[in-house]
Write a protein that binds this ligand. Structure first.
Ligand code: ATP
Ligand code: MG
Length: 396
């Protein structure tokens, strides 16, 4: 017998033929995230994953907090693996497991019920018989607990497979699709509240994300950049490795500043960001750009403004996962994933430097494009900025 962690992953089922790839990808992500703890391995075991420690006992307190945060994991269950499936052995191991997780007299009025799943139909007892015999044995040995068949506080699960598995705690994970099973995207990430949430929600649909940050020193500070680094580090909890491109954007921004009426600057700047991001995405075979725009939040996020910005990226789709969310919903997610406190640190971002107090709210795409075309050397500056991008890796 050994302690193990059963890992449940659900939504993979909807992915048809890709299921196999998605499962392997999830296994690799989990292994990568726990590789700093020697001896731990992850296997596929009849429709679920099983983590074990081959060099000693399983340290649940260290491993569980990491695994529940990995996207695609529905739940984890600390349990035991039992090779000898004789009923006597199942009874003893179930009791031992129960005692470990629910020590005697630790909880008043503790009730339980045993559930048995039997995938090996040759087993001499049926599921109900196993449940009754295991439940009866726990009851005999624990005076402080009772059986409640309707609303048990603890559900003890016995699963008879190649080996038997016994578990009684189901700790929810973040759910979603396994990270990396749904293609690749590049997130435009500022230090604000919104774009890290957009990155997370996209990653939760299985899309492998990398991020790009446009840095405009000395108008934006080191500390503003550090904020983005900290956000990237935080996001790597859910994704494993997380790559950030830092694009030096001062020259591009100054060029736009000199050649554009202040009320139109934001739009041109956002277009320049999309153009630069598109170049990176094309190079990395990323099939979408992702932004944290939410309709109506600021002047550059009216439908007209989005329309005037959107087509700056000609070949790569721009996704805006937050468009229909209101600020409170976005903040709730940001709190849940731990990016909120980082995002609200008070440092300027590049859009607050230079920009008019009241930018145009209904810019016309054709006029914006005409102004943009007249700015000499803009495309070249964008090109150079992308070439000078610095790559910073997080979570490795
Ligand atoms: P956020 O909270 O993500 O900063 P916001 O509500 O402040 O968004 P804007 O500043 O208008 O809105 O930015 C809209 C989107 O443009 C951001 O969500 C982000 O995707 C992108 N963006 C803005 N500034 C930068 C930057 N310096 N680097 C990368 N992307 C940026
Ligand atoms: Mg912002």
């Amino acid at each position: 017998m050994r302690n193990v962690l059963l890992i449940k992953y659900g939504e993979i089922a909807i992915r048809g033929k890709n299921r196999y790839l998605a499962e392997n990808r999830l296994i690799r992500t989990i292994i990568k995230r726990i590789e700093n703890f020697p001896g731990y391995m992850v296997y596929k075991e009849q429709g679920r994953l099983l983590a074990v420690n081959e060099e000693g006992d399983f340290d649940y307190e260290k491993i569980i907090p990491i695994v529940v945060n990995i996207l695609g994991v529905i739940a984890v269950c600390p349990g035991v693996e039992v090779e000898d499936q004789d009923i006597k052995s199942l009874q003893e191991k179930a009791l031992e497991h129960f005692n470990l997780h629910f020590p005697e007299n630790s909880e008043e009025g503790l009730t339980f019920k045993v559930f048995t799943k039997r995938s090996d139909k040759r087993y001499p007892l049926n599921g109900n018989e196993v449940s009754a015999l295991v439940g009866g044995y726990i009851l005999q040995n624990r005076e402080d607990v009772k059986v409640d068949v309707h609303e048990p506080k603890v559900k003890v699960h016995v699963e008879l497979r190649n080996n038997a598995y016994i578990y009684s705690k189901v700790i929810p994970g973040r759910g979603g699709l396994p990270y990396g099973s749904g293609g690749k995207a590049l997130v435009l990430m500022s230090g604000g509240i919104d774009s890290p949430v957009a990155a997370y929600l996209t990653a939760r649909r299985g899309v492998e994300v990398e991020a790009v940050y446009f840095d405009s020193p000395p108008y934006t500070s080191e500390r503003a950049k550090q904020k983005v680094y900290d956000l990237a580090e935080r996001l790597s909890l859910f994704t494993g490795n997380f790559r950030l491109y830092v694009v030096p954007f001062t020259q591009t921004q100054l060029c736009i500043y000199k050649n554009t009426p202040p009320v139109k600057m934001t739009i041109l700047l956002k277009r320049a960001m999309l153009k630069a991001a598109e170049k990176i995405a094309l190079k990395n075979k990323q099939s979408a750009l992702v932004t944290g725009d939410s309709i109506g939040q600021v002047a550059s996020q009216t439908l007209e403004a989005i329309n005037a910005i959107n087509f700056a990226s000609e070949e790569v789709t721009v996704l805006r996962p937050l468009t229909a969310m209101d600020k409170q919903q976005i903040i709730d997610v940001a709190r849940d994933i731990g990016t909120y406190d980082i995002s609200i640190r008070p440092y300027e971002d590049c859009c607050t430097v230079f920009v008019a107090k009241h930018p145009e709210t209904k810019p016309k795409k054709s006029i914006i494009e005409a102004i943009e075309r007249k700015i000499e050397g803009l495309d070249k500056l964008i090109d150079e900025a992308v070439k000078k991008a610095e790559i910073v890796e997080f979570g490795g």
